[in-house]
Design a protein around this ligand. Structure first.
Ligand code: DHE
Length: 559
């Protein structure tokens, strides 16, 4: 949450920020254990394991004077104000945990008290700790030798069912739900092995699963909890290493964990705690953000958020990895390949910049200010533009800009690493999370699920790849946005559409309604050219569908 907004919320609820109000907080052993679990599962992702803030603000008991200004300590805010914030959320993006029914009133109160106590030491995890949770559910010898299904399994979609910790596998041709498998808590993303046979999932609780798509009914064949908090996973994609290794990037303990690709047996753990690239300050909580597998070298591009370093991690000898560190910018978050797959473009969201990594030369090619606020590319969208040549585009959470950057220094040097277009989404309030395209589609699609305006939040935006203009806004039919009811009878609205994915041949684009745990919400399939709603996938098991990953497009990094 932006500090300004945070303060306005605090002011709006009439909190006198004074230490004199400080109440004595005491929690029993059981309450502490419960609050710790809720905190490390739900809150640490935005506020940090040590509660020093990241995407969300600082929430430690003491007052904080940081570079961005002053933040009141939680002790100064007091229980009443904290209950209000935790229950109702804030306009800056903090979810209303009570309002949505995710936490009970008692749990909200417990958390309001807990955050006024000093932070507890977050849990550590060793290789042998990890091994305790490691399970090979179907041994490699018992797995199919060839696909058991007649379906086009490379056109399956893996859909994250975020709040129920499950993954739906949907046939991209028939739109049937082929399988729903369990995964970690608040599953985050899916990635595919080079062959596409294996689908990997990572939960926010650091639990990784591998699903075998060759099975008639795909199922989890191995799982392991490698850390307590994670967001990224990928696999080895270089020739000779296809499907051989998987890698998990952890938020806590901040580390990189290499696993065997088919069984998830842990091989190596490397801490990412290090020094900030610019001021050289030691940062224990140096979290691993995006990871991408290089198709041209046996390495992963691993982005370390707080230190602003990009690590080119060579996995040829995974017990003895070599790491080439590049000093980039802060806070590195999400990103994707350019059209040639030589450059990886990653958001440095605290500095409103994009870092272009030249993976062929092992150098930073450029660091480009976007002109927008909080770039959030997802994986971005590539265009081969008639004037600018290959360009890559990103949206922003904090402003209305979809910005495109030239990525071809060889043939289009005039435009390389420059913003060539700034496409404005209509209205106010930013709130874009994902954009997506396919080489065969003439449009880029953009969502806006965190825009505070209901109308803007519940439509999506279609950008013409040639004119680089928004040519259409598509409202979601009201029948798919009906509110759900909490136990105490309150109505909770589903957010609008979130995230897009294309089918294998690029003729359809899928989006999903970001609902809440109370009720299922649909996946909407649009014709990618006529923009007609072709199919609505509804299923009682499809609850909180967020990220959608087509097997073929994900294994080949098509976007
Ligand atoms: Fe994500 C990608 C981190 C919240 C859906 N998200 C990423 C990546 C990171 C990240 C580091 C890049 C992974 C990679 O490519 O290897 N996400 C975080 C957070 O820290 C954050 C802000 C807060 C949190 O508590 O987790 C967060 N993310 C969300 C959501 O709330 C989203 C919208 C819904 C959900 O299911 O969790 C969400 N994030 C996604 C998706 C991608 C992603 C769908 C992959 C995009 C793609 O097209 O590949």
């Amino acid at each position: 949450m932006q500090l300004k907004k945070f303060f306005s919320v605090v002011a709006a609820i009439g909190v006198a920020v004074t230490l004199a109000q400080a109440e004595e907080i005491k929690l029993s052993k059981e309450e502490m254990a419960k609050a710790n679990k809720i905190y490390f599962d739900r809150c640490a992702g935005c506020h940090g394991m040590l509660r020093k803030g990241a995407l969300g603000p600082w929430i430690r008991p003491e007052h904080h004077k940081g570079k961005k200004g002053e933040v009141p300590g939680t002790k100064e805010l007091g229980t009443k104000a904290l209950v209000d914030i935790i229950y109702n959320g804030t306009p800056g993006g903090m979810p209303g945990w009570g309002k949505s029914g995710e936490l009970t009133k008692e749990e909200v109160e417990l958390m309001a008290k807990y955050v006024q106590l000093p932070p507890v030491a977050p849990p550590e995890k060793s290789l042998s700790d990890m091994k305790k949770s490691w399970k090979v559910l179907v041994p490699v010898s018992k797995r199919p030798k060839k696909p058991e299904t007649k379906r086009d399994w490379q056109n399956y979609f893996g859909v994250v069912l975020r709040d129920v910790g499950k993954i739906a596998i949907i046939d991209g041709v028939t739109k049937e739900v082929v399988s729903v498998v369990p995964s970690g808590f608040a599953t985050h993303i899916l990635r595919m092995s080079k062959s596409g046979r294996y689908m990997y999932a990572i939960g926010r609780d650091g639990k990784a699963e591998v699903i075998d798509l060759w099975m008639k009914k795909p199922q989890v064949v191995a799982e392991i909890r490698v850390c307590n908090d994670a967001r990224s996973i990928d696999t080895s994609k270089y020739k000779g290493y296809e499907d051989k290794y998987a890698v998990v990037g952890c938020y806590w303990p901040p580390s990189i964990v290499t696993l065997k690709g088919d069984t998830l047996e842990p091989i190596q753990i490397v801490s990412t705690a290090s020094y900030t690239y610019d001021t050289g300050e030691f940062t224990r909580e140096a979290r691993v953000a995006s990871i991408v597998a290089n198709h041209h070298k046996p390495e992963w591009v691993i982005n370390i958020k707080e230190t602003g370093q990009v690590w080119l991690y060579n996995y040829e000898d995974p017990r003895n990895p070599t790491i080439h560190m590049l000093m980039a910018e802060r806070y590195l978050h999400d990103g994707g390949w350019d059209l040639s797959k030589r450059y990886f473009l990653v958001a440095a969201n605290a500095r409103n910049k994009i870092v272009a990594v030249d993976t062929e030369k092992g150098k930073i090619a450029a660091i480009i200010p976007t002109g927008g606020v909080k770039p959030h590319p997802g994986r971005g969208a590539n265009i081969n533009h008639p004037k600018y040549g290959p360009i890559w585009c990103t949206g922003h959470i904090g402003s209305n800009d979809i910005v495109c950057i030239g990525t071809d220094p060889k043939n289009h040097p005039k435009y390389a690493w420059k913003v060539v277009a700034d496409i404005k989404l209509p209205g106010e309030g930013g709130g874009n999370l994902f954009i997506k395209t396919h080489p065969k589609c003439k449009y880029i699609f953009a969502d806006r699920p965190v825009n505070p305006n209901r109308k803007l939040q519940t439509q999506f935006y279609v950008i013409d790849k040639k004119s680089l203009k928004v040519v259409k806004t598509v409202p979601i039919p009201k029948e798919y946005l009906k509110p759900a009811k909490t136990k105490d009878g309150k109505e909770v609205k589903a957010r609008g559409p979130v995230h897009f994915e294309f089918n294998k041949d690029g003729t359809e684009v899928w989006t999903s309604i970001w609902g809440n745990k109370l009720e299922p919400t649909p996946i909407l399939v649009y014709d990618a050219n006529t923009l007609k709603l072709k199919k609505v996938i509804k299923d009682p098991r499809i609850i909180t569908p967020t990220g959608k990953f087509n097997v073929y497009n994900t294994m080949n990094d098509i976007y």
